[in-house]
Structure formats: structure tokens, C-alpha cells
Design a binder for this molecule. Structure first.
Ligand code: 4NP
Length: 161
């Protein structure tokens, strides 16, 4: 029997949906597939801005993901206020994303679904998943380190069947 408190549909959110959140979607899907649980989850990602709508992940992020063996898929889209009703869990990469997603639900009825990604990390204590867009390649590798940690944490809290 599925508990209503256990998240099964998960939306990862960042600013542009071409670096952090598509990578989180890819890493989490890879982890659940590795344990044969890919059919237990609906996994998606979205951006606060629609500027990159339809674009694949940033080439620098794609390169870093592929170097670690992650298959790169996905096209950017902008988050919609209905996503707060549709998804069980909405995971934001930084404080600004968190505030912006909360702002899509002024009544607050779905605020309990919105969680900072870093709250799921068990090995890293960084305050946020930093925006790598204007930095160098090492920033993308660090983002993936954080994503692997936090996605394992998300899986651990959703691993009861
Ligand atoms: P993301 O990175 O939020 O991790 O996808 C960014 C991508 C694009 C922009 C900013 C951040 N931008 O300003 O276009």
C-alpha cells in the first residue's frame, strides 16, 4: 500500500533548466534505474526562466555527465504553477529558486512539497548547489558531486517500496 507521504513524482528546479536541474534529473534516474526502480518514479526538471525552453543541457554539463557515465537526455522547460499540484516533491537548487517556486503558490497549500536539494545531502554541507553557468568546468564537476550525494539521500527517503 502506497503511503501518501512518500514522494514518487519528483521535479528538480533551477534557474535555466540547462545545467543543475537536468543533471539532477539524469543522476536520480540513473540511480533508480541501477536498482531496478525506474518505474516507481516520475522524474522531471524545470527552470524558473523560460529563456532556454527546448534546449538540451549545456554542453559543459553534458561533457561532465558523460565523462562520469551518465547518459544525457532532456529538453529545458519553464516551471508552471500547476507543477506544484502535479508533483509530490519539488527540489530546488538554491535559495532563490526556493523562494521563486514558493512564489508560484501564494496560498501556500503546496509549500510543504518544496525542499532545498542540499537538505538531502549526507556527505556535503554546502549551503546550495551553486550556479555553474558563468564559471569553469570544475564547477560542473562539483555540481555533479553534490547531485550524486543528494540524489542518494532522496532515494533513501523514498526507498520503502
Ligand atoms: P542552471 O544554470 O540554472 O543550473 O540551468 C543557468 C543557466 C542559464 C542561466 C543561468 C543559470 N541564464 O542566465 O541564462
Amino acid at each position: 500500500m502506497r503511503s501518501p507521504r512518500v514522494p514518487r513524482s519528483i521535479l528538480f528546479v533551477c534557474l535555466g533548466n540547462i545545467c543543475r536541474s537536468p543533471a539532477a534529473e539524469i543522476v536520480f534516474r540513473h540511480q533508480v534505474t541501477a536498482i531496478g526502480r525506474e518505474h516507481d518514479f516520475h522524474i522531471d526538471s524545470a527552470g524558473i526562466i523560460g529563456h532556454h525552453h527546448g534546449s538540451p543541457p549545456d554542453p559543459r554539463m553534458s561533457e561532465a555527465l558523460q565523462r562520469r557515465g551518465f547518459p544525457v537526455t532532456g529538453r529545458a522547460r519553464k516551471i508552471h504553477s500547476t507543477d506544484l499540484q502535479t508533483f509530490d516533491l519539488i527540489v530546488t537548487m538554491d535559495e532563490t529558486n526556493f523562494a521563486d517556486v514558493r512564489g508560484l503558490d501564494p496560498g501556500g497549500s503546496n509549500h510543504n512539497k518544496i525542499r532545498p536539494f542540499m537538505s538531502f545531502c549526507r556527505r556535503h554541507s554546502d549551503p546550495r548547489v551553486p550556479d555553474p553557468y558563468y564559471g569553469g568546468q570544475r564547477g560542473f564537476d562539483h555540481v555533479i558531486d553534490l547531485l550524486e550525494d543528494g540524489c542518494e539521500g532522496i532515494l533513501a527517503v523514498t526507498a520503502d517500496g
